[in-house]
Design a binder for this molecule. Sequence first.
Ligand SMILES: NC(=O)c1ccc[n+]([C@@H]2O[C@H](COP(=O)([O-])OP(=O)(O)OC[C@H]3O[C@@H](n4cnc5c(N)ncnc54)[C@H](O)[C@@H]3O)[C@@H](O)[C@H]2O)c1
Ligand SMILES: O=C(O)C1=N[C@H](C(=O)O)CCC1
Length: 250
Amino acid sequence: MTDPVPVAVLGARGRMGQEVCRTVEAAQDLTLVAAVDIGDELSSVADAGPLVVIDFTHPDVVMDNLRFVIEHGIHAVVGTTGFTAQRLDVVRGWLAAAPDVGVIVAPNFGIGAILSMRFAELAAPHFESVEIVELHHPDKADAPSGTAAATAHRIAAARAAADSPPIPDATTTELAGARGADIDGIRVHAVRARGLVAHQEIILGAEGETLTIRHDSLNRSSFMPGVVLATRQVAAHPGLTVGIDSLLGL
Ligand SMILES: NC(=O)c1ccc[n+]([C@@H]2O[C@H](COP(=O)([O-])OP(=O)(O)OC[C@H]3O[C@@H](n4cnc5c(N)ncnc54)[C@H](O)[C@@H]3O)[C@@H](O)[C@H]2O)c1
Ligand SMILES: O=C(O)C1=N[C@H](C(=O)O)CCC1
């Protein structure tokens, strides 16, 4: 039997971090060597000797964490949101100097959420209209969600590749924000309400029919199979991997 993979968790006292620590401790092939949160020294992570760091912290701090981890030759699985194309390019730059290091950044590790993005991408060129409604707990820092932003980018790319016409919208008078955020021409609406965890609807419309693709994460354990899959595989995937679609064969 091979030794368990040593794992460190950043954001260990957060909603996701606590769930990830429990999951790592329960997995026979993984071992938790550091559980770090705000106020702890990042150097304690390197001292613990992890092969993989899992980051669920905050968009404001995740880039500093990643630079540290990559510079120390540690692989990273990142669920923290806030990754723009520019940020991903910066990470690629750091990885160029550490070609053996693997980093997986995924806005959503839920298998259903990942499939729903794929379904939306497939459906979007076949419908005149498409809008996204994401719904989350009110303690969430970022809006729209990373998942909604990624879904919008993917839908827009699929429609561009299919030469889809612009989405019809006759709005000429608008209270600011009433039509949501515009991400690559796709309208994204963010709802925050106590009791919710993480949910998303992609609403597609054509003459005489609509299609709604809905995904619900009912608790944070829904993200764990994806996190564990990425943690097991990241060392075998040097460079930057965005999303875990390829790990799932999608
Ligand atoms: N990819 C996914 O599947 C997925 C799923 C759920 C949440 N998320 C994202 O994960 C992130 C965290 O979500 P959450 O609900 O757990 O938030 P949270 O606020 O409950 O937890 C974040 C934790 O990070 C800690 N932290 C902040 N700065 C830190 C630093 N510099 N070093 C170490 N720890 C630090 C905080 O103290 C807190 O305990 C968000 O960006 C969220 O959108 C992603
Ligand atoms: O609870 C959160 O925060 C979530 N963040 C991710 C996002 O922004 O898409 C994934 C879903 C849960």
